[in-house]
Ligand binder design. Structure first.
Ligand SMILES: [Cu+2]
Length: 476
């Protein structure tokens, strides 16, 4: 983030100090109104920003938002004041693909808000969208009128208007925020953000961790070559994202060996996501309902995060390596393509393809030996599209997309260092290797009648089908 340092330099002076280097001063509100607002901080980069160590208030161990950032605040007479601006944004989903979304403070998702249990929090929300909005503080205990449901608990925030929400963060945990006004459109366009309330003191069910990551599961339907999500799509989204990023655009989670790691995940898509970690077991230590008592936890390597749910998982990263971390729905680790592609496995259409190629030079047949061809072929793609299966690893194509990244566990990763250490250097003799001895012919092939040895039988008995209906009636 290019504004954080300046923010803290100016934060104590005045809310209207203008920031250099990419920060945008509020233009939709008057200067008089602006003077009472906390500094507006925006983020222009989609990178994972370093954790925001709290400059004031109660100390805590801050989270790292995957391909995201934490919103700085102003302390005003003991109240933590934040300024969220709902606005259209351009989000780079992966290198080579940008989307026109709606979000907060320059990004989708919006910035993570971090507070401490017992903090009084005041959130100013300015609406720069073309339609009204509101913010619901998912999972929070608060006065009913602060719950952010437009029409039910407040008037909708009209374009150009700023509303104030104020409440005490009463319980520690993992939460999120999102609009509760024209929700279908606004969440399909990317309006959401993470909220973490840290415990104010040692908590029986909350362990200290060395690494604390968070991200939201979200999904979009953006046709290849276009920029704006189709908001009517309910389940057939073609882009399955973490914090509006697609593999290979999702940063790895880099940790030091034997670090205790917490990962907080919230699901604002319209389907469930079984989140799977390789090489380690974890426990679910909390939900948006709060910390899970230790006696109620059990080990897992996959946990399903259902729609509207949040899960926080914890484990000791004691196995060195590059470990896959992904949604276990295989269609969710793929990037955009049409959904009308037939399965061509087993169909040899090389001759047909040759004939078509004479007419259409760029014609390509996909998938007769599985879809791995897709990541090997340099297929001409429309502009602004990420390949369906992609990513290069040290041994070749990773053939993934969407909700996939890598947990990198290293002996020599420094405390507090989140930089990518590169590919894992496997100790000698610890990588799967090719067998080069003789292969025995499987006997079953002959029994089943292999096409390699055509039989001489010329007559085939017609197959008689008997259908037996219930209750003793039968027929053909
Ligand atoms: Cu999924």
């Amino acid at each position: 983030m290019n504004t954080r340092r300046q923010f803290f330099k100016t934060a104590g002076i005045s809310g209207i100090a203008s920031l250099a280097g990419g920060a945008v001063a509020a233009t939709a509100v008057s200067k008089v109104a602006l003077a009472a607002l906390p500094e507006l901080v925006t983020q222009t980069k989609p990178d994972t920003m370093p954790p925001l160590v709290p400059p004031n208030g109660q100390p805590y161990n801050p989270v790292v938002t995957l391909n995201g950032w934490t919103l700085p605040w102003r302390m005003n007479n003991g109240v933590k004041e934040f300024h969220l601006v709902a606005e259209p944004v351009v989000r780079e989903m992966a290198p080579g693909m940008k989307a026109h979304l709606w979000g907060y403070n320059g990004q989708s998702p919006g910035p993570t808000i971090e507070v401490v249990e017992g903090d009084r929090v005041r959130c100013f929300v300015t609406n720069r969208l073309p339609e009204h909005t509101s913010v619901h503080w998912h999972g929070q205990r608060l006065a009913n009128g602060m719950d952010g449901v437009s029409g039910l608990t407040q008037k909708a925030i009209q374009p150009g208007k700023t509303y104030v929400y104020e409440f005490v963060a009463r319980r520690p945990g993992t939460f999120m925020y999102h609009p509760h006004a024209d929700e279908m459109t606004q969440m399909a366009m990317g309006m959401m953000g993470f909220w973490v309330t840290h415990p104010k003191s040692k908590h029986a069910h909350i362990d200290e961790v060395q690494r604390d990551f968070c991200f939201l599961l979200n999904a979009y339907d953006i046709a290849p070559g276009s920029y704006t999500p189709k908001i009517m799509t309910m389940l057939d989204q073609n882009l399955w994202t973490w914090n509006s990023r697609l593999f290979p655009g999702i940063d790895p989670l880099c940790v030091r060996q034997n670090d205790k790691v917490r990962i907080r995940i919230g699901n604002l898509t319209m389907t469930n996501h079984p989140i799977h970690l390789h090489g380690h077991e974890f426990t679910v230590t909390g939900t948006d309902g709060g910390p899970v008592p230790k006696s109620a936890r059990w080990p897992e390597v996959t946990t399903d995060v259902a729609v509207g749910q949040m899960r926080q998982i914890e484990f000791v990263a004691d196995e060195e390596g590059d470990w896959s971390f992904h949604c276990h729905k295989s269609h969710h680790t793929m990037n955009a393509m049409g959904h009308d592609v037939p399965t061509m496995i087993g169909v040899d259409h090389r001759d047909v393809a040759k004939k078509i190629t004479r007419l259409i030079p760029d014609y390509m047949v996909m998938g007769e030996r599985g879809m791995a061809d897709m990541s090997e072929m340099a297929m001409p793609l429309p502009d602004n599209t990420v390949p369906m299966m992609t990513g290069q690893g040290p041994f070749g194509g990773i053939e993934m997309g969407g909700m996939f990244t890598v947990l990198k566990v290293r002996k020599d990763q420094k405390t507090g260092d989140y930089n990518n250490p590169g590919w894992f250097k496997h100790p000698a003799g610890t990588v799967a290797y090719e067998y080069s001895g003789p292969l025995a012919e499987p006997a079953r092939l002959e029994a089943e009648g292999t096409p390699a040895a055509p039989t001489t039988a010329t007559t085939v008995n017609p197959i008689e089908v008997q259908v037996r209906k219930p209750q003793g009636h039968s027929g053909h």
